[in-house]
Design a protein. Sequence first.
Lengths: 320, 380, 269
Amino acid sequence: MSSFDIDNPAPPRRRPWTGIERAFAAVGLSGRALVIAAPAIWLTVFFLVPLAVVFGISLATKQFGKPPYSDLLTTEDGTVQLTLHLSNYVRLFTDSLYVAAYLNSIKIAFISTIFALLIGFPMAYFIARSSDRWRNILLMLVILPFWTSFLLRVYALTGFMRGNGVINQILGVFHIPPLVMMQTDFAVYVGIVYTYLPFMILPLFTNLVKLDGALLEASADLGGRPMRTFFSITLPLSMPGVIAGSMLVFIPAIGEFVIPSLLGGPETLMIGRVLWDEFFTNTNWPRAAAVAIAMLVVVVVPIMLLQKAQDAVQDTARAK
Amino acid sequence: MAKKPQIAADTRPWRDPSAKPFVRISNVTKKFGDVYAVADVSLDIYKGELFCLLGGSGSGKSTLLRMLAGFEEPTSGKIEIDGQDMTGVAPYNRPVNMMFQSYALFPHMNVEQNIAYGLKRDHLPKAEIADRVAELLSLVKLQDYGKRRPDQLSGGQRQRVALARSLAKRPKLLLLDEPLGALDKKLREETQFELVKIQETLGVTFIVVTHDQEEAMSLATRIGVMNYGEIAMIGEPTDIYEFPNSKFVAGFIGSVNMVEGVVTEDEADHVRIRSAELGCDIFVGHGVDCAPNQILWWAIRPEKIALSRERPEGDANVTKGLVEDIGYLGDMSVYQILLDSGKRLRVTQTNTVRGNPDAITWDEPVFCTWHNDAGSVLTV
Amino acid sequence: MRRGWFLPTMAILGFVFLYAPIISLVVFSFNESKLVTVWSGFSTKWYGELFADPQMLGAAWLSLRIAAVSATIALVLGTLCAIALVRFRRFRGRTVLSGMVSAPLVMPDVITGLSLLLLFVGMESILGWPAGRGMLTIILAHSTFCMAYVCVVVQSRLADFDMSLEEAAMDLGATPARVFFDITLPIIAPALVSGWLLGFTLSLDDLVIASFVSGPGSSTLPMVIFSKVKLGVSPDVNALATIIIGIVALGVFAATIFQLRSRPKKARA
């Protein structure tokens, strides 16, 4: 490195990273190991471990003090004792409040997903079939609300649906008595569909835009009427998009907190809200942890479905 | 126009003025915005024909095919199939089927389901569908592939599935959009013959769109050459090649030498054309619809010109040049002859003698000569 | 093919549904009256009120700082993760890493928030760090879920990456690290920008997770808005929303234009 010779002409110009690279190599760390290790360690500490902690605390009981839960491990007379309480889980299954909240969350999430699909599919299909210019503009219009604040969009809905809100004022022009929409399950459905619609449209669009128009023509050519073509060709081929979009609405809707607390009434029981109240109002951390674990169990299957559908969407996208 | 050879007993329906066409395209025009994709095309196609629409990209051939299938409606004009007006008839109600360029096989169905799709739309009984599918699979020699998905097939196999699917409903008319376009050269040649064989066995009328002139020449009963949305010429492959009606058709099919000339003699049985480019007079042994002093073009195929070291007899149809380049292709050689005017002629000679030591070679002065009727006189 | 009336009608109704509430919110931010839904004349007084509210401004400033730092941490970690997943085809724990990084995308916020809070409480009592909860803990939490989004965005860009470019650079004598900085980084730069922006927006937007892991005196903007909105309508929130929507619309618009401009080159490739 010190002198010039014919075999090693111009030495490589020094860039900052040449030094960094050498420094890592000196410690025996390859770049590769480092690239994997950094995110892996971070995610272990801030994602995996916390879930384990939640599970652990769900097996403790509430107590007064700081922290407000019992230790799982106690040392008594020099021996370590492990105390596990299943009482929180027992409560989840026996207390009708929790059971109702779970069932209601699933119901609300399910119905909202269906409506989001019914509204989102024609929109995604329309965007996918429009000309290049329009497609970009319409896509931008779908993505735009997605970048604006979620909370503010929910707030916008309250202004729309409240007693003297825009809808009722319009109804008033036609002498229709005002509707009570706020603080109802209906408002929660509207809220979920409204805020999560872009999540439904985007994967559907990604899928539908790859749909080969020649397949639809081939179906028509072979005698398939438009409805038949839709159900035999379009819908089956867009299934990965349908599943991905539906799961992207269903999963977060299950645990939704903001929408039921701003739009729903006091009787709109949803599990995210129960968890929140358990934690903040009742300061029952172990119970909240148990609610969280139970909620995870509910969303595991949808998450796996989503993973599969997303792989399929990407496969079709790559095949093109 | 040039004289065409006449065949005594002619069975070709397009030569019979009383024959009824199976497909009648009358004055069909299709506009996309301000652009004419198809401009005032009229065309009759007869039962049992294998008609090729030949043209470059953007010539309107695919649009014409899509109007036959019903995917596009003509802006004006009329399409009749088997005597029925197709105006306003949806694709799913037409007695035609189409084989798509991309094959458009349904990726979520296996081969059998793809072939059965059209039959199910006709609500045929299950057993009959199964029989028909088996029959078609054996027709395209894919008996063992019925349960495969399209993505588990090779390009050639997919092509055959697409063909089987489009034939399943026994259409009276089959439209094929670049049916061999996606295959490699060797497979394409094999498949060409299979396609013709199937067409002859089933007696279905085929309309094939292609940009490949060789494909059109070897497949077609007749060819319609398209250019800028118009039909430039309709004719049998030999007509198109030997008797082109315009500079465009002459240049589009095969290779051609084209020179400009002026008419010096215009008689009923012959025409004489002086061509400065060629450096000699052209004597044409038949009458041509032209006038004295008219400027026109004369086109001759490379294989119609003979080369010799000695000057042949006659005062016309002979010109002198220098061998500038020779391309040896095995079966024949392509000579590039530089004429005194600077014009280059392309001449092909069949290599009939093995390893001929006496062959005409580089930089030799040679005479080019041709028969009275070897070239085409073109006015447009 | 023939076009029906059904799809266009549904699409128009859909867009009306998406935009009507937002538009009415913007309109009423210029309303004179305190009644958010009754028009009584044009006024910009709520904007003035908004900028005179120290609590709102403080929360906004805090949120912006948190979002910037979180997005940056998430960008680095998410990019590394994407590279590991796309480029190092096989390594031990690949599936686990891939699962861990994509799970936060769909994890309900309440679970993420609760689990991180319990972690921080536990860490404090065992390690003494992080001491108390506030900006630091919010940044840690936001970085974690934002990196998942960055990873997805960068991953899809890397998957489309033409490997022969890197091979060409290596063939011309560049070391792996140099290839990364000279070739890979410039080409994936657009994905990095959108990944960072996505992280920034998500962090700025988050209410639930921040509510769990924040401490006294570290109320983020969404927390302040939420408490105001819970009490009822407040026109200054309309004003704030209008400003945010305006910034976002400009940004998305600019990005779309930029994308359309660079499209022809890409389409040819």
